[in-house]
Design a protein around this ligand. Sequence first.
Ligand code: RFL
Ligand code: PHB
Length: 406
Amino acid sequence: MAPLSSSPTERTQVGIVGAGPAGLVLAARLAAAGVDFVVLETRSRDYVEARVRAGVLEAPTVRFLAELGVDARLRREGLVHHGVHLQWRGQRHRIDFAQLSGQQVTVYGQQELVCDLIACHLAAGRHIRFDTEVTAAEGILDPLPDRPDGGVVLGWRGPGGAHGALACDVVAGCDGFHGVSRALAGRQRLLIRERAYPYAWLGVLADVAPSTDELIYAHHDRGFAMHSMRSNEVSRLYLQVPPDEDLQAWSDERIWSELRSRLAVPGWELNTGPIREKGITPMRSFVAEPMSHGRLFLAGDAAHIVPPTGAKGLNLAVADVKVLGDALEGWYRGGSTTGLDGYSDRCLTRVWRVQDFSTWMTTLLHVDPDGDAFERRLQRSRQDELVRSPSLAANLAENYTGLPLP
Ligand code: RFL
Ligand code: PHB
């Protein structure tokens, strides 16, 4: 095969692989800095905009989106929550974020944010190529030069079997856990640390008014359950299920009945309604270190995954690209490579804090099918301690609503 470098069809400064939250927020940051980029996304625009995922934005994430000027609809439609309910043994306990951390979170669907960012980029005439899969790269592991030199070429496969190549200075690997970027770094260069959990989440989106003003995270002997929302008319709910669970085994009636049992507290009713969408998500913790390799910078789920209990995946992706955007701006302004050299270490400090918080929230609230009686008793003690200790509750509030961005 001819080398990719013999046929670049286009040139830019930063090649961004993936139009998820990481790629699209990085694009907004680079646009603000006057740095040129092209986003290559393997899926269609419709597919990317319809993918139902995260729902909670930390306070620092919301502030950063405001700085980038991409928060108009988020400000109008986002639901600001000043607390959250934790529940065990049939009792609900409110964690008051405002009082304990002075911050709040905003409930706003990930796909709404993705739609807003895509609309903003396309309206400004910026380049997002949908249905275009990055398949290969040249020069990506060469040492980072002091000055941008167009030394990387990304090969892509596009609609109708078309092929092409994009020449760029550096690559932002924002292509999620199943993307190609981590593989381009080379397995032997990565230190992988991971953990699988003996459970998954069955998630549903239902056309029914939420039965709660704030999110409910519930531990129950039958398993974890959660009540979230997307608007005053749409509820988002989750149930702990076995990792290999068959979605077909879950009729709408069974889902509502199970949610009703696990979320029950005296005097509270669960509203039910038509289920619009359901799916099963495995739970995993994963970190690939380092997050940079020559001219490749991994960001978001491409570099790390957290179990969703702490509501952190999207927020961590945004934190990564804040660091990357600042470092790239410095490099393009003629500064040194210092910011880019420090990218991985800077991100990993937060990544591991968030891994710890997400694991802690997960094990506090789920039923471990392999856990022994000793483990179950420890879990109960941890739950009690959270109700007793304002300093532990404050630690939860601080981590959940978001530590300051780097
Ligand atoms: P994404 O969103 O997976 O986007 C990667 C994009 O790259 C594309 N791609 C490629 N493009 C070109 N060439 C290739 N070879 C490519 N390979 C892949 C993909 O098509 C895709 O469009 O990764 P990103 O941007 O890093 O964003 C990460 C977040 O999506 C993820 O962390 C969150 O959704 C996790 N998450 C949550 N995070 C939160 O902060 N708060 C939450 O409340 C929250 N809840 C959740 C969640 C994730 C969940 N699931 C389904 C995993 C709840 C659930 C149920
Ligand atoms: C959601 O609304 O989808 C959501 C909220 C909180 C989580 C995970 C998911 O921890």
